[in-house]
Ligand binder design. Structure first.
Ligand SMILES: NC(=O)c1ccc[n+]([C@@H]2O[C@H](COP(=O)([O-])OP(=O)(O)OC[C@H]3O[C@@H](n4cnc5c(N)ncnc54)[C@H](OP(=O)(O)O)[C@@H]3O)[C@@H](O)[C@H]2O)c1
Length: 247
């Protein structure tokens, strides 16, 4: 199958592209660095042409509601319009566990994206995942020896496990709301950040903060954990740390 990957150069997108290749499919990357701007639609129709499915793992780094809603609405609108025009038979979108209930600014963007996909008329699958193992990395990458990390209960998952699931869905056909995917262990984001810093040999003082109001309460009391049955990623955070130590 020919499968377009919106955001195919990103953290999870690279794994999606690799998994498509490894399973005998043909990935086509949709990203600005590959001549496609999904916020304007520039370059999209040509690249998407002839694809059987699209996996959408495009992203913007923001905590602002308006920025997130604007970005995910525009990129999703353009993908849907191009998929309709090009007869692409399946749109697979990656979302976030709990983003429908926790009122964090960025999550409003994911809600807008999910709503557009559901109403698009293009056969669709939405997979919600928990935080990736790499989630604390941008906070630790600052030059400062003191980093502030939000308290958050999570069941982090390997981006590679998520990528494999997205590819299975793209190949398997539209499933609507697919089972959520989460990792094998429940962890605290602050603890994860400290363990990553140690594994990387970086001296960092990790200062925990609880985000204010209902958002902080929800994040610390399980609002981002899957409810009920979910697909369990097979890779562990310990193995991830071991790979960081070996690198
Ligand atoms: N991080 C997590 O813990 C987590 C957990 C669950 C779900 N998710 C979801 O996973 C998805 C991917 O996240 P990620 O962290 O892997 O992303 P990322 O590393 O930030 O990568 C973002 C990708 O989007 C592309 N992109 C950004 N703006 C674009 C534009 N205007 N036009 C075309 N391409 C654009 C980038 O390529 P160019 O820069 O070349 O354009 C890049 O390939 C997101 O939907 C996120 O909500 C993330």
């Amino acid at each position: 199958m020919r499968v377009a990957v919106a955001g195919g150069t990103g953290l999870v997108g690279k794994y999606v592209v690799a998994e498509l290749r490894a399973t005998g499919h043909e990935p086509v990357v949709l990203a600005r660095s590959h001549g496609v701007d999904l916020t304007t639609g520039a370059g999209l129709a040509e690249k998407l042409s002839g694809s059987d499915a699209v996996i959408d793992v495009v992203n913007i780094v923001t905590t602002r509601r308006k920025t997130a809603v604007d970005f995910f609405s525009r990129t999703t609108d353009h993908l849907i319009a191009a998929a309709r025009a090009g007869g692409v038979g399946h749109l697979v979108t990656l979302s976030i566990v709990g983003s429908d209930e926790v009122d964090f600014g960025y999550y409003f963007g994911k809600r807008a994206q999910e709503q557009l996909v559901r109403a698009s008329g293009v056969p669709w699958t939405v997979v919600r995942a928990t935080q990736f193992f790499e989630f604390p990395e941008p906070m630790l990458n600052s030059a400062s020896p003191v980093v502030v990390v939000p308290r958050m209960l999570t069941r982090p998952v390997a981006a590679q496990d998520v990528a494999e699931t997205l590819v299975e869905h793209a190949v398997g056909g539209p499933a609507g709301m697919a089972p959520e995917i989460a990792g094998p262990d429940q962890l605290d984001m602050v603890d994860m950040a400290r363990r990553i810093a140690r594994a990387r040999g970086r001296r960092r003082l990790v200062v925990p903060v609880t985000l204010p109001g209902k958002v902080g309460k929800a994040m610390t009391t399980g609002g981002l954990l899957p409810r009920g049955e979910y697909l369990r990623g097979r890779r562990t955070f310990d193995a991830h740390l071991a790979s960081l130590r070996a690198a």
